[in-house]
Ligand binder design. Structure first.
Ligand SMILES: Cc1cc2nc3c(=O)[nH]c(=O)nc-3n(C[C@H](O)[C@H](O)[C@H](O)COP(=O)(O)OP(=O)(O)OC[C@H]3O[C@@H](n4cnc5c(N)ncnc54)[C@H](O)[C@@H]3O)c2cc1C
Length: 237
């Protein structure tokens, strides 16, 4: 579906990371975890990468708006997006993708996520809670420092309220002394600590290409069946 959508709100949600809320067009239907292409209309500047980026939809289908979140790097597209006034439009094309939660609720979901790759996970968890599905969900979310975790407070709150949700922020480079998550890189021991039966879950890997590749290799070293691994590579990171 193609449509022009208005920006409703923009906010900083982690270091150099912003969320943008757009109005949802009538009849726009999608599944939690899907993405859409967002094209700037007559931007003030452009570069060789062009005026379109694909972004996963952060909010779930039951929620009223279309929300995306992104690391604000110094590219023409991101500068224009950051400066887009509330009320201005962008061209939406979507939804696309099949990075969506499996249907069999007795099978757990294990998310091994890098950085901004957490965006589709926020949507899947929110929809699963809304639909009261029975999936056991474990999210290991790796970022460099404690300031880099989007949705951390929300995930902590959901995990404290729902026993079937486990949230583990993993600060790979630095975190304060009172940090409640893990530290260092996600390795075999860390995965085994939070996923006691490695053969039960469907694994979801999302984020920068390097992270997704490393997590796939790690799971293969742990003899996980590759048929149970689903990936979403965020090209451009
Ligand atoms: C299915 C899918 C879903 C996605 N979902 C999201 C999402 O939810 N949120 C999100 O933020 N992104 C998402 N992406 C990635 C997104 O589409 C962009 O590619 C990404 O945000 C980078 O855009 P950019 O303007 O910062 O860089 P671009 O201008 O697109 O530049 C890309 C190229 O330049 C290099 N580059 C640019 N700036 C830098 C820099 N500062 N340092 C090092 N290298 C640099 C990159 O390595 C890359 O080779 C998704 C991608 C896919 C395919």
């Amino acid at each position: 579906m193609k449509s022009n959508v208005k920006l409703l709100k923009k906010e900083t949600i982690a270091r150099d990371t912003m969320a943008f809320s757009f109005e949802k067009p009538e009849n726009f239907e999608f599944r939690a975890g899907q993405f859409a292409d967002f094209t700037l209309i007559n931007p003030a500047e452009t570069d060789t990468e062009g005026d379109t980026r694909g972004f996963s939809l952060v909010h779930a289908p039951f929620e009223p708006n279309l929300v995306v979140a992104t690391r604000m790097r110094n590219t023409a597209y991101k500068r224009c997006l950051k400066n887009l006034p509330v009320g201005a439009g962008v061209a939406l094309d979507g939804p696309y993708g099949d990075f969506t939660l499996h249907k069999t609720q007795a099978t757990p979901a294990a998310f091994l996520i890098g950085g901004i790759g957490v965006t589709p996970v926020r949507s899947m968890i929110a929809q699963s809670l809304h639909d009261r599905t029975a999936h056991e969900i474990t999210l290991l979310h790796a970022c460099r420092t404690f300031e880099d975790f989007p949705f951390k407070a929300e995930f902590e709150q959901l995990a404290s309220k729902h026993r079937r949700i486990t949230y583990v922020p993993v600060a790979s480079e630095s975190a304060p002394d009172d940090w409640h998550g893990e530290r260092g890189r996600v390795d075999e021991a860390m995965v085994m600590k939070y996923v006691p039966d490695l053969n039960r879950p469907i694994y979801y890997l999302a984020g920068p290409e390097g992270m997704v590749k490393a997590m796939r290799e790690l799971l293969i070293r742990l003899n996980v069946n590759e048929d149970n691994i689903r990936t979403e590579e965020f090209a451009g990171y």
